[in-house]
Design a protein around this ligand. Structure first.
Ligand code: XLS
Ligand code: NI
Ligand code: NI
Length: 433
């Protein structure tokens, strides 16, 4: 067996290393807030970006040469060999995949499914040998032309049926491999033009679809968490799972708010006009923060460019929200990130992950230090302290506009505005990042 990553040694934690490929901040065994760093971050490689993406862009096709390009099961296994080789070099505890990333599509649904089953068995053996685990599995319901008008939201019921059967196969695969979550990202669950779209019908179809997913999870005894990954647009002009807040009201409408959590991606938050920490804080406030897709967009191009993260202060604020919400349980940090089109060499794939893991380690440590210091939490507590009085609590619980108005008059209430202290808080954060 030839090795795709020939000559690249396993990457180790060595802060004084002069090598390009060393972890200078990511020490899996370092204890942060009472837990190993590896168990906080729960890193995962995204199979699609590192092994299935060919280096194309809207103006040009494949730029990478890979020994696994081809549509036989032989190719799929060479790809799997390279993938597990990379997980071992990086010491990555987890990976994530779509059905489409790991096996060539067959001539019929049944053949595609049989191929998925075959590769799942192959993965199972490799996972057993290496200890690598599955953070989440998912279905690709957006690449093939049959999905061009949506999957669950398609005007054609046969596409709905195909999508349901595909998700069943992918949930089975995830369950078999002991996956910790199952993700649904609705890439084409949206519209291109309102002129041909029945919004109310499509949202109802999406709601029924998700109810079926949750029902099936219970039927097969899958213990993992079902996650929805919001994104406002791209590839569709508008996607129904726009952002955390939109998805939460959708879950409420279909009675799924206790069953489904969020997989939040940095680049998607930015596309929705939010910051990453906004989306994380919002999900935490609803109690639905599940997992994260870590990457970054190019801030000028306005596309979901899926670059590896490299901004420590930004990542620190994200992990602050994760830690503040109690940290990951089934979730983790999936690098939904790809090397650039000109980064042709196997070592580029390794370097992209190594740098990103160090950035995340620095962010996590800064976030833990901020939480331990408690400065922000103390300022927040103080800001809302007025609400801790019995009178204020009673007003919120039992008050009516009448009773409150009477009290304002009888007590001569006359509020005095107080500083929000934003600059002081920003200065405080900068002492840690
Ligand atoms: C695309 C999404 C996709 C999901 C999985 O923008 O991020 O990669 O994470 O389908
Ligand atoms: Ni994305
Ligand atoms: Ni993603």
């Amino acid at each position: 067996m030839t090795s795709f990553f020939e000559g690249i040694e396993p990457v180790r934690f060595d802060p004084d290393s002069t090598s390009e490929l060393a972890y200078r901040h990511y020490d899996p065994d370092e204890i942060v807030l009472g837990k190993r760093m590896e168990d906080h971050l729960r890193f995962a490689v995204a199979y699609w970006h590192s092994f299935a993406w060919e280096g194309g862009d809207p103006f040009g096709g494949r730029s990478f040469e890979r020994p696994w390009w081809g549509d036989t099961m032989e190719h799929a296994k060479i790809k799997a060999d390279a993938a597990f080789e990379m997980f071992a070099i990086l010491g990555q505890p987890f990976f994530c995949f779509h059905d489409q990333d790991v096996r060539p599509e067959g001539a019929t649904f049944a053949e595609s499914k049989a191929r998925l089953d075959e590769i799942v068995e192959y993965f199972g053996e490799k996972m057993e040998q290496t200890g690598t685990r599955l953070l989440w599995g998912t279905a690709n319901l957006f690449t093939n032309r049959r999905f061009m008008s949506g999957a669950a939201t398609n005007p054609d019921p046969d596409v709905f049926a195909w999508s349901a059967a595909t998700v069943k196969a992918c949930m089975d695969a995830t369950h078999t491999l002991g996956g910790q979550n199952y993700v649904l990202w609705g890439g084409r669950e949206g519209y291109e033009t309102l002129l041909n779209t029945d919004l109310s019908r499509e949202r109802h179809q999406a709601g029924r679809f998700l109810q079926m997913v949750v029902d099936y999870k219970h039927r097969i005894g899958f213990q993992g968490q079902i996650l929805v990954e919001p994104k406002p647009q791209e590839p569709s002009k508008h996607q129904y799972d726009y952002d955390v807040n939109t998805v939460y009201s959708f879950l409420k409408e279909f009675g799924l708010e206790g069953e489904v959590k969020m997989n939040i991606e940095q680049g998607h938050a930015i596309l929705a006009g939010h910051s990453f920490e906004h989306e994380l804080a919002m999900a935490a406030a609803f109690g639905i923060l599940g997992s994260i897709d870590m990457n970054r967009n190019d801030y000028q191009s306005g596309w979901d460019t899926d670059q590896f993260p490299n901004n420590v202060p930004e990542v620190a604020l994200a992990y602050y929200e994760v830690l503040r919400a109690g940290g990951f349980t089934t979730g983790g940090t999936n690098f939904d990130s790809k090397v650039r089109r000109q980064s042709l060499d196997p070592v580029d794939l390794i370097a992209g992950h190594v740098g990103a893991m160090d950035v995340c380690a620095r962010g996590l440590k800064a976030a833990a230090a901020m939480l331990q210091d408690g400065g922000l939490e103390a300022a927040r507590d103080e800001r809302y302290a007025g609400w801790d009085t019995p009178v204020a609590r009673d007003m919120l619980k039992n008050g009516t506009l009448d009773s409150i108005a009477n009290r304002v008059i009888s007590e001569g209430i006359d509020p005095e505005p107080r500083s929000g202290r934003q600059e002081r808080l920003e200065n405080w954060v900068n002492r840690f990042v």
